[in-house]
Design a protein around this ligand. Structure first.
Ligand SMILES: Nc1ncnc2c1ncn2[C@@H]1O[C@H](COP(=O)(O)OP(=O)(O)OP(=O)(O)O)[C@@H](O)[C@H]1O
Ligand SMILES: [Mg+2]
Length: 274
């Protein structure tokens, strides 16, 4: 396995497992290509996220945003290019898959909690099975992270007794309980009732403040503007434009970015278009 330590990629401080202290890792993606059959979905993507940075990924449906996240998390195998997460090369054929996946947390649009397990057990099961933590330690870590997302009081409930926004916050607590060095979010609020979106975004905002490295696919432009260090606009499998959130969202230079933002930022237009 290539495990060349690169100090610029890893903000390393030691802390006990599950302490809530973030050991953020950077991500470096170079010339990434991914095809499904003859359909090339990622056409040479290069992207850097420094440790502790938040990068929001925006772009039309089908532009390859989810595929990119899935490559970083090794749920998809890229055809070409490299991905480094902290000290590890994710694209190394000999990479320790379990170790890599443990360091990358992923939160999807649909939270995929186990319906037959309590909120607490949803947050301990992977700690017990994958990290081999003791039941007591896993419980403490889960509680700490449920408190962190404001749901400590609901630990004994079952997922179907929670709102969508609460379930998504449990999914975030579950991910945090594995001590990730990087968090990937794929439209975490797009399936939620509008009144629960704010609570999820507030949790993500506080994670960013704590120094977590975050790569976030979202159409929440207010969040991107406020929290993202950079915004990357993708279309047709390439990065069309990227820069500080304020520049890309308020003063895009590329016609495709302008057109996309006009549709996303103007709800009347969306209603008419659909
Ligand atoms: N497993 C797969 N097999 C074949 N084609 C796929 C697969 N996953 C994605 N694709 C195709 O890759 C392209 C990019 O899909 P992707 O889901 O990455 O887009 P996206 O930007 O996340 O879109 P959305 O905003 O709708 O979520 C699409 O044309 C899609 O049909
Ligand atoms: Mg997607």
């Amino acid at each position: 396995m290539s495990e060349t330590y690169n100090s610029s990629m890893t903000a390393g401080t030691t802390s006990p497992p599950g302490s809530g202290h973030v050991q953020a890792a950077g991500v470096s993606i170079k010339d990434l290509r991914k095809s499904y059959g003859s359909n090339e979905v990622l056409k040479g993507i290069s992207l850097n996220v420094e440790p502790g940075q938040v990068v929001c990924l925006i772009g039309p449906s089908g532009s390859g945003k989810s595929t990119l996240l899935r490559c970083v998390n090794l749920l998809e195998k890229p055809n070409e290019g490299t991905i480094h997460v902290g000290a590890f090369e994710a694209t190394d054929p000999d990479v320790d898959l379990d170790r890599m996946r443990r360091s990358v947390g992923m939160v999807f649009q649909h939270f995929n909690l186990f319906p037959h397990l309590t909120v607490l057990d949803n947050c301990t099961i992977a700690q017990l099975k994958v990290l081999k933590r003791s039941a007591e330690e896993a419980r403490q870590v889960a509680h700490r992270n449920l408190e962190r997302v404001g749901l400590g009081h609901l630990a004994e409930r079952y997922p179907d007794q929670l709102s969508g926004g609460q379930q998504q916050r449990v999914a975030i607590a579950r991910s945090l309980s594995m001590d990730p060095q990087l968090m990937l979010f794929d439209e975490p609020t797009s399936a939620l009732d509008p009144e629960t979106v704010g609570d999820v975004l507030a949790v993500m905002r506080s994670l960013a403040k704590d120094g977590m490295t975050m790569l976030v696919v979202t159409h929440e432009m207010g969040f991107a503007r406020e929290v993202a260090d950079r915004v990357v606009f993708m279309d047709g499998g390439v990065v069309v434009e990227e820069g500080p959130a304020e520049n890309v969202i308020s003063a895009p230079t590329q016609p495709r970015t302008k057109e996309f933002l006009r549709r996303v930022l103007d709800p009347t237009h969306i209603e008419v278009a659909e």
